[in-house]
Design a protein around this ligand. Structure first.
Ligand code: WTA
Length: 629
């Protein structure tokens, strides 16, 4: 079943399109099911309603762990590399993983967590974060991992949205030279979250924390006492596995819902095929488990495939910009998966940080999260891959659960900055603004998918209509990705970036509306408009136009306060790179902000701002151009 040649790929692709049920039945039969499914697929992109492996019963953790024990209980599931290179590295075998996950699962049960309850995980990149996800899945609880860089108010919003019962966290986190307080953020968030009955705190940094009596418990006091075996809850294919919040064009972040069966089948299939991982290889994905890449290609995909991976707590530039390369040599990593923003930052640091390392264990390189520019691709290929490692530029989204368009390592002929071809089961189409299909090659349009794959988003938690509106209403009968895309003369796809009001900053999705609403919380701000602009390292930077009354304080002080406000409301990842104080925004007579103009100015392209005659007050455009940051 595994793809081992381009012919295999073509055959698998054709099979998946001509007979999707037959194709996915074969793939899914490679897993351990408690009860087989009665029907492969039922779908409707209008409502939307998608179900895979209907009536099938399973537990994903049995497939991630128990299934591998007979043959590889002593094989390493995770090599943990701490933030501090001199810190305590750890190796966790599949047997230890089993025991740790079961102990934590039993602890959650003791805290009253039952099937269907939501559990929030707000933790740094340590093995316990993975145990936490799997412990939830073991007992049928739904995990909601929140990236530990989000602020208390973002965390609170996410806890409230899905009424989490328990929060799993740590005292603190190490990130580079920083020692970050984590528990105090949870404490602040919980002041407004009534649903949480308990907080389980893993002592990691030794930072002093407040423990609220009756609510907060130390992980190290509770978990080691629990039994090291825990029956795996029987889950329906379509029972919820997890919720992961992500930003969109409008409103607050939405809880993307993935379910057990389809997500399991698809993440494992794509992991094995795209990376061409074989027994004995060592995979390293540098993402954080707070994002979908961490869910699918640190936790689930690799474990489902019985792989060994590196779990890294730190940052690429600590103690210096050679850290990634040092870790690759230390563990003899064969497969390395990272984001273009990291590649660009390390390229900027210079080759002196690369040349001390051999990097000769590497066989496959990957890229994810944002378009990789050709320059960064070439640097990665030459200096890290030594021109012998294929680069898989994998395009996908939180909502897609797994990779959709990507080369297959060593098999698909590469073209720099192209995600190349759809994986088996994926049927992309390009459409124009009106939703007409753009046929043929050498074309460009909005990227949609016309047929479901097993790990497609099922709903947005608590608000199905929002899921329909966001993804299935723009173009009738199609899943709309929000991305623009080119198809070249050979049918290869190149993602050009978001066509909606989402900015991709260092591979993180930031909704402009969210940043605007945070900026607007500042007492001196009347209104704001946020757009993206090209940024050498981050891919895109955040440019904020802010209206403040002329009486407002000194502009530099105001800008600092605005940044602090965004840090507090969302988190440092959303802070504006540039702020321009303006007296007005370019609006049409109907009051709509003309973002096109704001984007052009932010990009530094003021030569042709297009037609400004429909603006209420065209003179604001001159002021904006003059004041560009
Ligand atoms: C962008 C991350 C170009 C895209 C897995 C998408 C990419 C958004 C690529 C999803 C890629 C992701 N090439 N663009 N290889 N991978 N993107 O939900 O705009 O954090 O819509 O999922 O990132 O971001 P998300």
């Amino acid at each position: 079943m595994l793809i081992r040649s381009f012919d295999d790929y073509t055959r698998a692709y054709e099979h998946s399109v001509n007979n999707p049920s037959d194709f996915w039945n074969t793939v899914a039969s490679g897993f351990s099911w408690k009860k087989p499914w009665s029907q492969t697929l039922e779908w409707n992109f209008e409502t939307p309603d998608v179900k895979w492996f209907i009536d099938g019963k399973l537990n994903i953790t049995e497939n991630c762990i128990d299934r591998h024990l007979p043959a590889k209980k002593n094989d390493i599931a995770f090599y943990f590399e701490p933030n501090d290179p001199k810190g305590q590295a750890r190796s966790i075998s599949y047997q230890q993983l089993h025991d740790d996950v079961c102990r934590l699962a039993n602890t959650l049960k003791k805290l009253g967590v039952t099937k269907g309850d939501r559990v929030c995980i707000y933790m740094p990149m340590i093995p316990e974060a993975v145990f936490a996800m799997l412990a939830c899945a073991r007992i049928g609880a739904v995990h909601s991992v929140v990236f530990a860089g989000f602020s208390a108010s973002s965390l609170a919003g996410r806890i409230q949205d899905c009424d989490c019962k328990v929060v799993l966290t740590t005292d603190g986190a190490f990130r580079g030279a920083k020692d970050i307080s984590i528990k105090s953020v949870v404490d602040e968030a919980l002041e407004v979250c009534s649903s949480v009955t308990n907080v389980l705190v893993y002592k990691h940094t030794g930072t002093a924390v407040n423990m609220s009596a009756g609510r907060d418990l130390w992980w190290q006091d509770e978990v080691p006492q629990a039994a090291a075996s825990c029956p795996a809850e029987t889950m329906d294919s379509e029972d919820l596995l997890f919720i992961l919040y992500t930003s969109g064009s409008t409103g607050k972040p939405k809880g993307v819902v993935h379910t057990c069966g389809g997500y399991m089948v698809y993440t494992c299939y794509t992991f094995q095929n795209v990376f061409q991982y074989n027994a004995g290889d060592l995979f390293w994905c540098t993402a954080d488990v707070g994002w979908i890449t961490g869910h699918s290609y640190i936790t689930y995909g690799p474990l489902l495939a019985g792989a060994s991976t590196v779990l890294f707590e730190g940052v690429p530039t600590y103690p210096d910009a050679g850290r990634f390369w040092q870790v690759i040599d230390k563990y003899k990593v064969t497969h390395f998966y990272t984001a273009p923003t990291a590649i660009r930052a390390l390229e900027a640091a210079g080759l002196d940080f690369v040349t001390p390392y051999k990097l000769d264990s590497l066989r496959v390189l990957g890229s994810v999260g944002e378009p990789i520019n050709e320059e960064a691709w070439q640097w990665y290929h030459k200096n890290i891959g030594k021109e012998k490692c294929p680069i898989v530029d994998t395009w996908w989204q939180t909502e897609t659960g797994g990779m959709l368009i990507s080369p297959i390592a060593g098999i698909t002929p590469l073209k720099p900055s192209y995600a190349t071809l759809p994986l088996p089961g994926v049927q992309p189409i390009l459409v124009d603004e009106k939703g007409n299909e753009i046929v043929g090659n050498n074309v460009e349009g909005n990227l949609c998918i016309k047929f479901p794959w097993p790990s497609i988003i099922r709903t947005t938690y608590g608000d199905h209509e929002r899921c329909r509106q966001t993804y299935f209403a723009t173009y009738k009968g199609l899943y709309f990705t929000g991305d623009g895309c080119k198809r070249d003369e050979n049918g290869y796809y190149r993602i050009t970036g978001r066509v909606d009001d989402v900015i991709n900053v260092s591979g993180h999705r930031i909704g402009t509306a969210e940043v605007e609403s945070a900026i607007n919380m500042h007492a001196d701000v009347v209104e704001s408009a946020v757009v993206g602009y090209p940024h050498d390292i981050k891919g895109q930077g955040i440019y904020a136009y802010v209206i403040a009354p002329s009486t407002a304080k000194d502009h530099e002080a105001l800008k600092k306060e605005i940044i602090a406000e965004v840090n507090k409301i969302i988190g440092p990842i959303a802070k504006p790179d540039k702020i321009q104080i303006v007296s007005g925004l370019p609006k049409t007579r109907s009051g709509k902000i003309m973002r096109r103009i704001l984007r052009k100015v932010a990009e530094g392209d003021t030569s042709n701002l297009g037609d400004t005659s429909t603006l209420l007050d065209p003179s604001v455009v001159d002021e904006i151009v003059r004041g560009k940051q």
